[in-house]
Design a protein around this ligand. Structure first.
Ligand code: SF4
Length: 381
């Protein structure tokens, strides 16, 4: 398939792997964070780690929207479904995110809640049009990539004069999370997390462009390479980061030139800022409260803000004590460090959010890494 097969070419992967092994200095450590769960998935699925030298270490970042969704936010949607009899629409992965009282949206559905899986926010809007006597709430999650479609349906609902449609907005922002990690005690004080560079997310960057990452290169001296989600994209980005580090450079480079520009999608950005504004603070699972890291619906569209419409208040709820998701999302632990990984916690019975989505570090490691003892080569899927 065009734009897929050529980025999964095993022979080319071996050549890039050889270049990384040749150029990475054996006495140097290259601690590289792949911010996005899409990269984590690709690295695990295609055995990218097996082609890297011991000096290059990949660290999973918090860029999986399902993984960073705090329990208190899922509780809001469950409350609407079970106690207010609203139709709650959301993306498939959200349905299984563990919430309070051993519930999830899927379990709430089993208890009689009208919870529906949708592929796009437009499906939720359709549900509202088709059920004028019911409240329909879209539980919106995601980074900058999924924010414009949510903005669009809010605008459409306003234009249609819908009175029964609203949104719980959980949209979060990539640059704020990277700043939070770079300012974390683990990086700045304790020295337990060493970071030498970032692989930046391609899809987010199609919207925001490469420009927002320049701050990290200039202020923190951390190179960033924006990369696609195929194995060759990721390997090329690792090679580009190794080269920057060897040369003492820290700039933003764009491996994903097939879709990312410096300025991004200006039309989408304008749409988002028309409907949303920054929240002062937002809780991320694993990272805690992160200032200016998420969006809320502007007052002009308050009628479509489910938090205001239903006077919802988010409670902070601690994760399951056995779960190491928080430390994994901060990059300081690996899924294998969790005592319940693969035993009590599996994709069928996730205890923590990192085991839910295929982009979650635990789910990716469970699916592709847990039994591998000998290196495997990158192969076309
Ligand atoms: S294996 Fe499960 S419980 Fe452990 S950190 Fe991962 S998601 Fe959390």
């Amino acid at each position: 398939m065009k734009y897929i097969d050529e980025f999964r070419d095993g022979e080319l992967a071996q050549r890039i792997g050889a270049a990384i092994r040749a150029e990475a200095l054996p006495d140097h450590r290259y601690n590289l964070m792949e911010f996005c769960g899409g990269h984590t998935h690709a690295i695990s699925r295609y055995g990218v780690g097996d082609l890297l030298p011991p000096s290059v270490r990949m660290i999973h970042g918090p860029g999986c929207p399902v993984c960073v969704l705090p329990i208190g936010r899922v509780d809001l949607a469950i409350e609407l479904a079970l106690q207010r009899q609203a139709i709650v629409c959301t993306y498939g992965d959200c349905l299984r995110v563990p919430a309070s009282n051993n519930l999830s949206l899927l379990k709430a559905k089993a208890r009689g809640g009208d919870v529906r899986m949708v592929y796009t926010p437009a499906d939720a809007l359709k549900a509202a049009q088709g059920n004028p006597d019911r409240e329909v709430v879209f539980f919106a999650i995601g980074f900058e990539t999924t924010t414009p479609p949510t903005a669009l349906v809010i605008k459409q609902a306003a234009a249609l004069g819908l009175k029964n449609f609203s949104v719980i907005c959980n949209h979060v922002l990539t640059p704020a999370a990277i700043t939070h990690i770079l300012e974390s005690p683990e990086v700045r004080e304790l020295g337990t997390l060493s970071l030498d560079g970032f692989i930046g997310p391609a899809h987010v960057s199609t919207i925001i462009g490469s420009q927002p990452y320049e701050f990290f290169a200039e202020e923190y001296r951390k190179p960033v390479v924006i990369a696609g989600f195929e194995p060759l994209d990721v390997m090329q980005a690792i090679l580009m980061l190794v080269r920057q580090i060897n040369q003492g450079r820290a700039v933003v480079e764009n491996e994903f030139t097939r879709a990312v520009t410096r300025d991004g999608n200006l039309k989408a950005q304008a749409l988002v800022s028309e409907v949303f504004e920054l929240r002062r603070s937002f809780e991320w699972r694993g990272l805690g409260e992160v200032p200016y890291s998420a969006l809320r619906i502007r007052d002009e569209y308050a009628a479509f803000d489910a938090e205001q419409r239903f006077a919802l208040a988010t409670r902070q709820v601690a994760d399951n004590k056995a779960c190491e998701c928080g430390a994994i999302l901060r990059g300081v632990k690996h899924p294998r460090d969790c005592k319940v990984f693969g035993t009590v916690c599996t994709p069928e019975n996730p205890i923590g959010s990192c085991m839910v989505s295929s982009e979650g570090a635990c789910a990716a490691y469970y699916s592709y890494g847990r039994f591998r003892e000998i290196p495997i080569a990158v192969v076309a899927a």
